[in-house]
Ligand binder design. Structure first.
Ligand code: ATR
Length: 277
């Protein structure tokens, strides 16, 4: 292994991961001497692969699909936001040899909304579509911004109700089905369903957007997602996808590992320009 500090992203599939490029960009920018690789790790090999990585001097890992829940179980200690989200996307070796688990996805979303898009969440009415792992990962950090209320809408109502029950101690959050959204309106709608991955859309009624409302798809693609296209058609002030969140969650992980905060806006612009060309 090289003398440089070792970092990696584990996942399956992993070939198209942008994480090595993002972290190498951050390392160069902040003059940190490190190496960051993408490694194909199926779920059944996760524990062995992580043990091996840290035993050989690895310093930190990102974990992506389908490993975030396994990483949550693996971590010796967890941040409060990781604890609540039941998923870990960042593992960091601590000085005492223990492994800390964090989830920087929600922080990444909030940073992209506030810092890169000048969107404040405080006192806003926010609708989250979906009640799976992606939704769970963002609710806590959104609640930390003190929105007026969060509504979680999901096809399977029980999952939304369970999620609302888990997070209601941190701030107002209610659950409903898509048909219950008729007549309601929001300042921000976040798509946390996996529908975009199959160019699909949850069954959304018209009229959900207040004046100057914005929409954000946690998924990203080279072309506008079905949800981004829907948001544009509904007249959203901004219709964003998750590219900025991807870079910002990486910036938070980088900060956790290195104690240095990289500048991310330039990289987001670069990656955005590349997909447009
Ligand atoms: P992830 O980790 O990406 O959140 P997940 O835990 O499998 O994946 O959750 C996927 C979410 O997307 C769920 O909320 C799912 O709704 P159900 O719980 O009712 O299954 C939602 N979802 C997926 N495809 C969808 C579609 N075509 N329309 C609406 N919701 C969809």
């Amino acid at each position: 292994m090289s003398h440089k500090d070792q970092y990696a992203v584990f996942g399956s599939p992993i070939k198209h991961s942008k994480s090595p490029r993002i972290h190498q960009f951050f390392a160069q920018q902040t003059q940190q001497d490190l190496e960051y690789r993408a490694v194909l790790v199926p779920a059944e090999q996760f524990e062995l692969a992580v043990n091996d990585f840290f035993a050989k001097g690895g310093r930190g890992l990102n974990c992506t699909v389908p490993l975030k829940e396994l990483a949550w179980v693996y971590a010796d200690k967890k941040t409060e936001r990781a604890e609540l989200s039941k998923a870990v996307n960042t593992l960091a070796l601590q000085k005492d040899g223990s492994v800390l688990g964090d989830n920087t996805d929600g922080l990444g979303l909030v940073a992209d909304l506030k810092k890169n898009n000048a969107l404040q969440l405080t006192a806003k009415k926010i609708l989250i579509l979906g009640a799976g792992g992606a939704a769970r990962g963002i609710i806590g950090p959104i609640q930390d911004e003190l929105p007026e209320a969060i509504t979680i809408a999901n096809r399977t109502l029980d999952k939304a109700l369970n999620l609302a029950t888990e997070f209601v101690h941190k701030g107002p959050v209610v659950a409903c089905g898509y048909e219950d959204l008729i007549g309601l309106s929001f300042d921000l709608i976040i798509n946390a369903t996996s529908a975009s991955l199959s160019d699909d859309l949850p069954p959304l009624p018209a009229g959900l957007l207040r004046d100057n409302a914005c929409c954000y798809d946690l998924a990203y693609a080279n072309k506008p997602t079905a949800f981004v296209r829907w948001a544009r058609a509904q007249g959203a002030l901004k219709s964003l996808d998750g590219l900025g969140m991807l870079v910002e969650q990486a910036a938070e992980a980088f900060y956790l590992w290195r104690g240095v905060r990289p500048e991310s806006a330039g990289l987001i612009r670069l990656l955005d320009a590349e997909r447009a060309s």
